[in-house]
Every structure is written in C-alpha cells, then in structure tokens.
Ligand binder design. Structure first.
Ligand code: NI
Length: 228
C-alpha cells in the first residue's frame, strides 16, 4: 500500500521547518547508513540529537497523531523520531536503490521497533528542485513521487526505492519509519479498503444495520491480525 497524505503540515508549519533547517548543521548522510546502503547514499542529514531535528520532529509527530488518514490506514503503534535530509543539485546528490532496515531502536522509550512503513514528508515545493523524485517499486510497477510541500507519502519499508539524482535546486524532506499493528502489507491494505468502504456506505445512507455488521467484521479482523 502506498498512501498519499495531503497537507500533513500547514503552509506556516512548512515555513517554520524551513527556517529551522536553514540554521541547522548538516552532516554527511552516509554516516547514518549501515553496510552496503552507505555506498549509494549521497546526501546530507541533521543528526537525530540536534535541537532542530527535535523541534521539527515534535511538530510532525503531533500532526501524525491528529491525522485520521494516517492513523486509520497505517495503524501505527510505534514511530521513530523523524529525521531530515537535504539533497543539493549542484553536487548531484541522490540515494540509490535500497531497502530500509527491518529493525530500529527507538531512543525514548528505549524499545526495538520493526520497520513496517517508511514515510517521507516533503518540506519544499516541487518547483524548488529538479530531479529528486522518490521512486518506489512494488508489485504493480514503479511509482514516481514528487509532492507539494507539507504532503507525505507512506510506503512499505520492505520495498525497493531510491531518490533520483537532484540536478538543480535543493530538496528538503523529513522521513521516519513506523511499526504497524498489521505487519503484512496485503492485510493492512485489505483493512484500509474495508474501512474506506464502510465510510462510503455510511455517507451514502447512514443507519443501515449492514454497516454496523461490516464495522464489526473490520474490528474482528483487526482483533485476529493485530500485533501490539
Ligand atoms: Ni530508504
């Protein structure tokens, strides 16, 4: 499931994030990559303990908690603190094809977290940079993603993906990983479809006993499949 969340951040929040990013110290992004992935990662990041990471991370975290689309479709139970990266056009920065880590260590509380979902929050407009599309491969083919500032894309962390070389301007994004209550992407997609169908049936004609029965089916499937 690839989930587009429009306007996760408001315009003024994106502006605040960009002001903070401008005064942060950026370091080589390869330093936070493990093993073979470090060889294909050519960008810059802000260290996770940096005050700017924590400030904008809190803003994104609050927005996630209040976003019904993200909460109901992704069914997150653990979320890593967001990190931030910058790709500079003149340097041809890029992140070659890779798959994200399967296990992460959350800093607070200090718990392991399975990386089911990866998310990118766009912190600049598509017209501020050239290239830099996020390309995600899934069973239906390749998807090229370049979204308005403030939008978010959520996709399976198990998928092969890359950031195309940035050939002009600068690309700023936030990114994080989440553990979902539903580990299996196909089951999570099925639940999302069912939830959406219930919403659409309810909008078309509320107070139908069948809708309440479907609502029960949704929750009973959740009870069978959810891991906490
Ligand atoms: Ni990745």
């Amino acid at each position: 499931m690839i989930l587009h969340v429009p306007a996760l951040l408001k315009r003024e929040q994106v502006a605040e994030a960009r002001r903070a990013l401008d005064r942060a110290e950026w370091v080589d992004g390869a330093g936070s990559a493990m093993g073979v992935v470090a060889d294909v990662k050519k960008n810059h990041e802000i260290p996770s303990h940096h005050p700017v990471s924590q400030q904008i991370g809190k803003m994104i975290f609050a927005a996630l908690q209040n976003n019904v689309t993200f909460v109901t479709r992704a069914l997150p139970i653990r979320i890593c603190p967001p990190l931030f990266s910058r790709y500079v056009g003149g340097a041809g920065e890029t992140y070659g094809e890779h798959t994200d880590g399967g296990l992460f260590q959350m800093p607070s509380p200090n718990l392991p977290m399975r990386g089911d979902l990866a998310a990118t929050v766009f912190l600049c407009s598509p017209d501020e940079y050239e290239g830099g599309e996020l390309t995600i491969h899934d069973t239906f083919g390749s998807h090229s993603v370049k979204l308005p500032a403030g939008d978010m894309i959520v996709y399976p962390a198990s998928s092969l993906h890359k950031v195309e070389p940035v050939t002009g301007g600068k690309r700023f994004v936030g990114f994080f990983w989440a553990q979902s209550a539903i580990r299996d992407d196909s089951k999570r997609s099925l639940l999302a479809d069912l939830d959406r169908a219930i919403e659409e049936c309810n909008a078309a004609g509320p107070n139908n006993p069948g809708i309440m029965r479907l609502h029960g089916v949704y929750n009973n499937l959740l009870r069978i499949w959810a891991e906490t």
